[in-house]
Design a binder for this molecule. Structure first.
Ligand code: SF4
Length: 187
């Protein structure tokens, strides 16, 4: 048991070095079994979000809520990365998030090649790799690059990140700094 814990700790140290080398400093290691998955998060996708049925990585192109919950329980480790950003106008948000998510894909790949075959990334928002999304999983134009957001997997992001000590509030306008979170599943 002790050797298992030691090996886990040394794995964290190696990945901490990797994250910091790539400029990631605002993150926390978490137990993925404490990620809060909720039916209400899926209902909010279905009613009130324009991405529903229009993005190949969003509901209904994702597993059921029960399957999402099972998925998180199959991991021993995860990392939540936080990004804070103010934009001048709403349109600037997309360019910024495309760049952040593209860099995260490179990080996921580096983690995979560090001998973590189950490495899986959740973008900090819905996939926007392409200028126009096909809206269906089977016709996704970049299936190797597309990833879901945590919300698409029914994660209650507010409650989950608060549980791990990140402050987060609902924002009322663009003069306030956004708080975005991506999740990296590791094992
Ligand atoms: S890669 Fe392109 S087509 Fe696939 S989910 Fe992302 S934006 Fe849509």
């Amino acid at each position: 048991m002790n050797s298992e814990l030691n090996s886990k700790a040394s794995g964290h140290v190696a990945l901490d070095e990797l994250f910091q080398t790539k400029g990631y400093t605002d993150y926390k290691w978490i137990n993925p079994k404490e990620i809060i998955v909720s039916q209400w998060a899926r209902i909010k996708c279905m009613f009130g979000c324009g991405k529903y049925g229009n993005n190949s990585s969003c509901p209904p192109n994702v597993p059921s809520v029960a399957e999402c919950e099972k998925f998180f329980h199959e991991y021993s480790d995860a990392v939540i990365f936080r990004y804070q950003k103010k934009v001048d106008k709403p349109g600037d948000r997309h360019k910024w998030s495309r760049k952040v998510n593209s860099d995260l894909l490179k990080l996921e790949r580096a983690v995979f090649f560090s001998n973590y075959p189950k490495a899986f990334l959740f973008f900090m928002d819905s996939c926007s790799i392409c200028a126009e999304c096909t809206g269906e999983r089977v016709t996704c134009k970049e299936p190797r690059l597309s990833r879901p957001s945590p919300e698409a997997f029914a994660v209650d992001v507010f409650s989950t990140v608060r549980r791990f000590g990140f402050p987060i509030e609902v924002l009322s306008d663009y003069s306030q700094a956004m708080n975005r979170f991506s999740f990296l599943m590791i094992q």
